[in-house]
Design a protein around this ligand. Structure first.
Ligand SMILES: *Cc1c(COP(=O)(O)O)cnc(C)c1O
Length: 452
């Protein structure tokens, strides 16, 4: 018998429901608060920017949420995504560990993000919304929402962090191919953008600023709602299709992971793979669950667990999360999708409950791991995903040193085909391991809102 490399589910095994970890946590996730009153926000507070179906998913404690059939039909364009055993990487490392990865780069946009952009566009369309405004860092989310908008006939307006707008012209071209409009942020189209530009006309922008601009547009126009690509509960919910599929595929492989690994920017691809495993851990399972973040933006490992704004302009509700401070400007890095000052409240809560581990790496060691992975397995990882690759390789090498054959499962959240400039810079020795400025971090944390 030959040994399998890919574990593929047929389309009829595409999950019919997303999994909601909020149904099973021993302590509820702290609710978002209204910044003015300090009281938990209600659906009415969110109605100007989100459709009702999405707001309902944000607060639900139902364990399973049905995936609408029109969404499943679109998922079938690329899902179920493959689970791959990285046998060649195992051999290259000389490790007795078994390495598996769930490959989300097979989606049209090249990452896990269409798992949530498609249902978000669907619910907006159902409620008569005409336009969606959003932000994007490296361009992965913007192109995912542009793709979803094109399927449902919605106009999409994307505020793209200026440094990425300049560094990643092909992501912009992809958004335009799907019919979206892409604007460099900070822009002069919004109050939030203009106030940043007044202080710093050469601002590189940040996710926090771009969120402020998109929320402002949605809040000020009746025909426009806002869509967020990570962080919120409904996004974590939509991404659990990754873990639900992976569980079936690990069963096909006749194996179970000892360790589950994903990179963490806003936390959604991590939540997607890990939450179903955390559910099993709450019933007595013993899977180690590890989130991996950049050392230059170390939200889970160095941030405070506190109520903070989701955006720099302080327009959003307060959410309890690991944060570096809403005004903190993380240093530039090629993993633009991980360059966010906060973390999903659910992921932060899971960390506080001791249900996951977190670690950080510098970008050059992640690129080295990504190159080693590409030369063994062929797939070029997105710079964000390279953080998970690095952690998986480190765990496999630990297994080698300890003579253990543990099973490691990681999320390869996307491919790096639009990020080749960062590989070029890496090969040219131009990448720096930027560290954040401790004084700037302290100043941003000192500005955290006071919540009684
Ligand atoms: C956006 C992105 C991330 C980070 O976002 P999460 O919400 O933490 O998953 C990671 N990997 C890729 C490929 C991305 O596009």
């Amino acid at each position: 018998m030959t040994e399998s490399t890919k574990y593929l589910l047929s389309e009829d095994r595409l999950p019919k429901a997303w999994y909601n970890l909020n149904a099973d946590l021993p302590v509820p996730t702290p609710p978002p608060l209204h910044p003015g009153t300090g009281q938990p926000i209600g659906p009415d507070d969110l109605a100007p920017i989100f459709p009702m179906a999405v707001i309902a998913q944000e607060v639900t404690t139902e364990r399973w949420v049905e995936i609408p059939e029109p969404v499943r039909e679109i998922y079938r364009l690329w899902r179920p995504s493959p689970l791959i055993r990285a046998r060649r990487l195992e051999r290259a490392l000389g490790t007795p560990a078994k390495i598996y990865f769930k490959y989300e780069g097979v989606s049209p946009a090249g990452s896990h993000k269409p798992n949530t952009s498609v249902p978000q566009a669907f619910y907006n369309k159902q409620e008569g919304v005409k336009r969606l405004a959003t932000e994007t860092g490296a361009g992965q989310w913007g192109s995912s929402l542009a793709f979803a908008g094109s399927l449902f006939g919605l106009e999409v307006e994307v505020f793209m962090v200026k440094i990425s707008y300049e560094q990643k012209p092909y992501r912009r071209a992809l958004m335009e191919t799907y019919g979206a409009k892409c604007i460099a942020s900070p822009s002069s189209l919004t109050h939030a953008g203009r106030s940043i530009l007044e202080k710093d006309p050469h601002s590189n922008g940040s996710l926090g600023i771009a969120i402020s601009e998109a929320v402002e547009v949605a809040a000020s126009r009746d025909d426009t709602k806002y869509a967020l690509g990570s962080v919120l509960n409904h996004v974590c919910l939509h991404q659990t299709i990754i873990g639900e599929e992976a569980m079936m595929q690990m069963e096909m492989a006749g194996d179970q992971p000892d360790i589950v690994i994903a990179c963490t920017g806003g936390g959604s691809n991590f939540a997607g793979l890990a939450f179903p495993y955390i559910r099993e851990n709450l019933k007595g399972g013993k899977v180690r669950v590890i989130g991996v973040e950049p050392a230059s933006c170390p939200t889970l490992t160095k941030g405070l667990y506190a109520y903070d704004f989701g955006d720099t302009g302080k327009l959003t509700p307060l959410v309890k999360m690991h944060t570096l401070g809403a005004t903190f400007m993380p240093p530039g890095s090629h993993a633009g999708g991980l360059r966010y000052h906060g973390m999903a409240p659910m992921v932060s809560h899971v960390k506080e409950l001791g249900l996951m581990e977190a670690r950080s790496y510098h970008q050059t060691e992640c690129f080295a791991a990504a190159v080693q992975f590409a030369r063994a397995e062929g797939i070029v990882p997105a710079p964000e995903s390279s953080h998970a690759v690095k952690a998986a390789i480190d765990e496999a090498l630990r297994c080698k040193a300890e003579g253990k054959s543990e099973s490691i499962l990681f999320n390869l959240s996307g491919h790096g085909h639009f990020d080749m400039q960062s590989y070029t810079d890496y090969f040219a020795g131009k990448l720096k391991d930027n560290t954040y400025d401790q004084a700037a971090l302290d100043a941003a944390l000192a500005e955290l809102p006071k919540v009684g």
